[in-house]
Design a protein around this ligand. Sequence first.
Ligand SMILES: *Cc1c(COP(=O)(O)O)cnc(C)c1O
Length: 347
Amino acid sequence: MSQLAIDLRSDTVTQPTPEMRAAMAQAVVGDDVYGEDPTVNALEALAAEKTGKQAGLFVPSGTMGNLIAVLTHCGRGDEAIVGNLAHTFLYEAGGISALGGVHSRQVPNQPDGTLDLEDIRAAIRTDDLHCPPSRLLVLENTHNRCGGAVLSVEYTRAAAALAHEHGLPVHLDGARLFNAAAALGVSAADLAAPVDSVTFCLSKGLCAPVGSVLCGTTDFIRQARRIRKQLGGGMRQAGVLAAAGLIALEKMSLRLAEDHQRAQRLAQGLRALSGVQLDPGTPHTNMVYLSLTDDVPMEASQVAQSLREGGVLVGVVGQRRFRLVTHYWIDDQAVFQTVTAFKALLG
Ligand SMILES: *Cc1c(COP(=O)(O)O)cnc(C)c1O
């Protein structure tokens, strides 16, 4: 089950662990659209407990989880306030507008992943028939495009309080919520407490093969369950997937600090090389962002191709820019080999 290459392109590449595969083979299953899959029910209950919410909904992807959340909070013609670098805005194929008729209002993301409170305040519409009504605020933690930056409990509280003051619920795209919790030394529930709904991915650093969970109040999840069905996300004997999700939540969520330490070590090794420049502050969590210095006569794609030939896969996120993500299958040896491979190419 070992991976062929050192694959640092993303934490989505994580394969299920042998323990997960065994649990999947033995999972007790039922028809989850009838609510009869005990393993899915157990996963949804555990996810709710871990995020401090009343209920959970197992969904096929983070994209669907966020879409269901927005469609549950908003109707057609309503407006959701999102960061201009938010995953929901940039990388979810415009689903909230294509499928929900929800208008997005973009507020600039600060380099630390936050939205300035004054920008949020200014983006909330007054009651004017010319304008789409503001109906939702979406936050993201950790923030993918902002280098895996972590939003603090205090910031989340302040942003949610502002939204709530204006009658807007808050959805948290917590695809990597457990990375944020590990980085801050708080619980996922602490980070999710101020918000009304939260999605997190089982399939990234937590290593499950498929799935995310959307959590919120019992009433919210009841409505969300109908929308999941509308979108074709009602799955039948999904306990085979949820079985891996249970291990992801119970065990893998506890070891993410290791990935963050390895990201630190990787950054330390790369920082010593002359041909690359690391982003200030990187890594916040499990992502290292770096660029080629001006004197390097190659582009990132060429460097990535040479690294690939040596068995190291890195993410190319710009003409001269890389993203390297640590995860369960990246051990100390892989970190060492990656630094060595960069060094061989760039000195
Ligand atoms: C990965 C990710 C998602 C969801 O992605 P899927 O591939 O649909 O599971 C959502 N938000 C963020 C911030 C992500 O990184």
